[in-house]
Write a protein that binds this ligand. Structure first.
Ligand code: SAH
Length: 263
């Protein structure tokens, strides 16, 4: 059975065996690990993963591919195939006490919301490996004082340790995407690296500061935090968002008062 790649499901199937074996060796799957694969497609990563002796749950949105996968793996006991949308999937329900490991060559159009959805289940996840657009991987791993550093870097690094593993060229896929890809490893922190009193406030400060990234903090955060408070925190009000570390964003967000309750 041949499957025609569907653009609306972000389908770019991996067919380069060198890349597949690089992914398999970097994720260091061990027998009895419990893995979740998101978007297994035609099973490019699924099959070598099963060969490692792991327990595997896969979540695939395209029902035609689910039929194909069920047929392909009908003689395997260690795999459960879920015909579902990963964006709405309850990953915690799969973890019976043990931690999950996650891998996915993600559809690029949903990669950011999907990562944040998975992070809602971070306490039952050991680590996650994603194939993403290289530019997105660079943003996730970026450090302050760089052009790539932004909201995604700060919020992801609040939740996880991030590591860019290796690049994957467009020709490794069918159909060939327009962009370069890369593999990132995310390891959810057991304890947050910085004290944040209210995550929604951190999100507001970071989003506001980066939405006008050329402006000084004094200007971009004017409505949220006054200049004197920044100085007291040891943060230069003439700095820009890209100069501010996660720890400093956390301090800034912790100074914001709760909005008065509306009656
Ligand atoms: N892992 C395969 C396929 C990658 S293409 C490979 O490397 O070859 C991306 C896959 O994600 C496709 O199979 C697509 O159907 C699936 N997909 C797209 N949106 C999804 C969603 N919301 N939930 C689960 N799977 C999804």
């Amino acid at each position: 059975m041949t499957h025609i790649a569907r653009k609306r499901f972000g389908q770019n199937f991996l067919h380069d065996y060198g890349v597949i074996s690089n992914i398999i060796s970097s994720i260091e799957a061990k027998p009895n690990d419990h893995w979740i694969e998101i978007g297994p497609g035609q099973g490019a990563l699924t099959e070598p993963l099963l060969e490692q002796g792991v327990r595997l749950d896969v979540v695939e949105l395209d029902r035609d591919l689910v039929v194909l996968l069920k047929d392909k793996f009908k003689h395997h006991d260690n795999i459960t195939i879920h015909s579902a949308d990963a964006l709405r999937f309850d990953f915690s329900a799969l973890s019976a006490g043990e931690k999950l490991r996650v891998v996915g060559n993600l559809p690029y159009n949903i990669s950011t919301p999907l990562m944040f959805h998975l992070l809602e289940h971070a306490d039952c996840i050991d680590d996650m490996f994603f194939m993403l657009q290289k530019e997105v991987v660079n943003r996730i791993c970026a450090q302050p004082n760089s052009k790539q550093y932004g909201r995604l870097s700060v919020m992801m690094q609040y939740y996880c340790a991030t590591e860019c593993l290796f690049d994957v060229p467009p020709e490794s896929f069918d159909p060939i995407p327009k962009v370069m890809s890369a593999i990132v490893r995310l390891v959810p922190h057991i304890q947050p690296p910085v004290q944040v009193n209210d995550l929604a406030k951190l999100n507001t400060v970071v989003t506001t500061a980066f939405s006008q990234r050329r402006k000084t903090l004094r200007n971009s955060l004017k409505k949220l935090i006054d200049e004197q408070t920044m100085v007291e925190l040891g943060i230069d009000p003439t700095a820009r968002a890209e100069n501010i570390s996660l720890a400093e964003f956390a301090k800034l967000s912790n100074t914001i008062e709760d909005a008065p309750a509306t009656i």
